[in-house]
Structure formats: structure tokens, C-alpha cells
Design a protein around this ligand. Structure first.
Ligand SMILES: C[S@@+](CC[C@H](N)C(=O)[O-])C[C@H]1O[C@@H](n2cnc3c(N)ncnc32)[C@H](O)[C@@H]1O
Length: 349
């Protein structure tokens, strides 16, 4: 009887018929044990908690043309979905290097891929920023193929403890590597109105940058604590209360998304890392080596486009994608996170 009661206590309970919070989604967090639940969530167009659905897999593989014996790099390992597909193409011949800055998810992904039979004979995973791609090449030699799937993974966005989303209450952190740099909450503490306005405009094209930056900095001056995702969301909600009722909810949602994006780009130095990566790429690719990049907002895509075009003009790349490649309508239907994806590619001369 006592045993039964203890067991009963351990069960996770949630209101209603479906789990809502991250912790309640304990079945989705154990895909090996609850594969049925996971398949059901995916079929409904959602991403199961603790998982990331890879985007443009077919388009990437068609372009990269990976064959056994090749050596390549997945610059953004994440859940390892793209890496897994690339490894299958290698048929255990050649080598895949994979990088990520996230010390939390990299451990889980390494374990997952190891369980599938991909150990260090075929796969080398490094906790390294892709801006240091030249360090990889010192070990690997020239790369036949490179993939960068920019931004953050669903595991990072959905985990409230990481503070990436305004939708989940959590610490306002937003760092891909919580051990490095400063959190978004710290960043806001000493920021000036103009600097914050510039950040919101440059990193996220936020139309209400003036109003939001004024509200945040005046709250901080008053001594208001902005150390959680909800606290920041509430300031944005309050300052945008003037928006007409019929548009208010949607506009506030978008402004919250953009503000979090702008902060994330800033605290992770995303533009600087991408710029350095793009500058170093030509020197790390083998002759005829191929690179594909997935970006998720205009700032990133502008940097990729500019770099590819410049190196094409200079004869460093012999060919680049003539236009942006987008995921199919079907892929966007199944995975709503694919909707903003832009893919570009280049081939080294
Ligand atoms: C969109 S996810 C990649 C998902 C992956 N392609 C998959 O199929 O599972 C992006 C990943 O890149 C990592 N990342 C972002 N910027 C990085 C950087 N500068 N260097 C290394 N990793 C980075 C993030 O931590 C995140 O895990």
C-alpha cells in the first residue's frame, strides 16, 4: 500500500487532457520510451519537447552530394538530425566533424549518435564556436562539405530554464552557452535607450523599437527587476497597450518574438560569429567543396548573401545559389518552424 502511494505521487499531473508545460511533457522528453506519443505530436505539426526537427534535409543532401570517403563539417550540431543524415551518406567511410557552443545539448546529442553507432571513428564532436572553423581544419584538412543551420534549436527554445522564449516563464538568460558571457538580464541592466533601440532595429527590424527601449530603460532606472521572461514580456505588453484592439494581441506577440530575438543575437554575438565564419570559409573548403547555410531572419541572410556574392565576384567561389531556396509548403505545414527558413549555397572554385 505504502509502495503504491509512493508510485502515485511520482506521476506527473497536469490540468486538462494535454500536457502544457515543458516538465509535463515527460513522455515527449523520453522518445526512446514513448515513440508513439512523439510520432503523434509530430503528425500534428508540432515539435516534441526536447527534440528538433531538421529543416530542408532533402534540399541540403541533394546539394552537398556527400559520398563515402568525404570529409565534412556540421557547424551547428543541435539535435544532430542533419548530422545523422550526413553520416548515413558516408556509410562509415570518411569523417564528419560537428560543432556546437551549447554545452548542455551537445552531451545529449553525442550520446544519442553514439547509441546509433556513430563513435569517434567516423564522427568528431567539438564544443566550439563556428567562428573558429580554422581550428577544425588544422585537424581535418580541407573540407568537402559544410553545413550551417543557424540560430537556436527547438530544445533550447522550449526549455524554460534557458529563457529563450517569452512564452515560457524562466530566467531571462538567452545564452547558447550559459557559462560564457553575460545573460540578457545582465545586458539590460546597464544599456542606454539608444543602444537598445539600435539593437532592436538592427537585430530584429522592430517597428516599436523606440517605445520598447524607452519603457525598458525607464523601468530599469526606477529599479524594476527584469530578470525573468515574463517580466520583460509584461513591460512590452504594457507599453504597446495603445495598439488598436483588433491588432493588439498579434502585434504584441510579434514584438515579444522580435525583442527576444534581438537580445539573443546580441548576447551570443551571433552576427560577429557568422561574419568570421563566412570570412574563413573559402580557406577551409577543398577545391569544389560545397557549403549550405540555413538562415532564419533577414540580418543573417543579408550577411550570407553579401559574402557569397563577393567571393563569387572574386573568383573564390565558382557558383552560388542564384536565389534563395525555401522549404516546401508541405514541410512548412508539418513543421511551422521551417516557415522563415532561407537556404543559400556556394561551391569553392
Ligand atoms: C538550428 S540548431 C541546429 C539543428 C541541427 N541542424 C539539427 O538538425 O538538429 C542550431 C544550433 O547551432 C548552435 N549554434 C549557434 N551558433 C553557433 C556558433 N556560432 N557556433 C557553434 N554552434 C552554434 C546552437 O547552439 C544550436 O544548437
Amino acid at each position: 500500500m505504502e509502495k503504491q502511494e509512493q508510485k502515485h505521487k511520482r506521476r506527473i499531473r497536469y490540468k486538462g487532457t494535454h500536457p502544457r508545460s515543458y516538465k509535463e511533457k515527460y513522455k515527449e522528453l523520453q522518445p526512446e520510451k514513448y515513440s508513439g506519443t512523439v510520432a503523434k505530436v509530430i503528425s500534428k505539426g508540432s515539435t516534441p519537447a526536447g527534440m528538433h526537427i531538421s529543416i530542408c534535409v532533402k534540399e541540403i543532401l541533394d546539394f552537398l552530394k556527400i559520398t563515402p570517403g568525404k570529409v565534412g563539417l556540421d557547424a551547428t550540431l543541435g539535435y544532430g538530425g542533419h548530422s545523422l543524415e550526413m553520416l548515413k551518406c558516408l556509410e562509415l567511410k570518411g569523417h564528419l566533424y560537428a560543432l556546437d557552443v551549447d554545452p548542455i545539448e551537445i552531451v545529449r546529442t553525442r550520446e544519442r549518435l553514439e547509441k546509433l553507432g556513430y563513435d569517434d571513428k567516423i564522427l568528431t564532436i567539438k564544443e566550439l564556436n563556428f567562428s573558429n572553423i580554422d581550428q577544425v581544419v588544422a585537424e581535418s584538412g580541407p573540407l568537402d562539405f559544410v553545413l550551417a543551420d543557424l540560430g537556436v534549436s527547438s530544445m533550447q527554445i522550449d526549455n524554460p530554464e534557458r529563457g529563450f522564449s517569452y512564452k515560457n516563464e524562466g530566467p531571462l538568460d538567452l545564452r547558447m552557452n550559459p557559462k560564457k558571457g553575460i545573460s540578457a538580464a545582465e545586458r539590460l541592466k546597464n544599456i542606454s535607450k539608444d543602444e537598445l533601440k539600435g539593437m532592436l532595429t538592427e537585430n530584429a527590424d522592430e517597428p516599436y523599437a523606440e517605445e520598447i527601449s524607452r519603457a525598458i530603460t525607464s523601468e530599469i532606472k526606477k529599479g524594476t527587476d527584469i530578470s525573468t521572461t515574463n517580466q520583460l514580456q509584461n513591460i512590452i505588453k504594457d507599453v504597446l497597450d495603445f495598439i488598436p484592439k483588433d491588432k493588439k494581441k498579434e502585434e504584441i506577440k510579434k514584438s515579444c518574438q522580435r525583442t527576444f530575438q534581438a537580445l539573443r543575437i546580441d548576447v551570443n554575438n551571433e552576427y560577429e560569429a557568422l561574419y568570421e565564419f563566412l570570412e574563413k570559409l573559402p580557406d577551409v573548403l577543398a577545391e569544389g567543396g560545397r557549403v549550405a547555410i540555413l538562415s532564419f531572419h533577414s540580418g543573417e541572410d543579408r550577411l550570407v548573401k553579401k559574402s557569397f556574392k563577393r567571393f563569387l565576384r572574386e573568383g573564390v567561389y565558382k557558383e552560388i545559389a542564384p536565389e534563395i531556396i525555401r522549404p516546401s509548403a508541405e514541410e512548412c505545414r508539418i513543421n511551422s518552424r521551417a516557415r522563415s527558413t532561407k537556404m543559400r549555397w556556394a561551391i569553392k572554385a
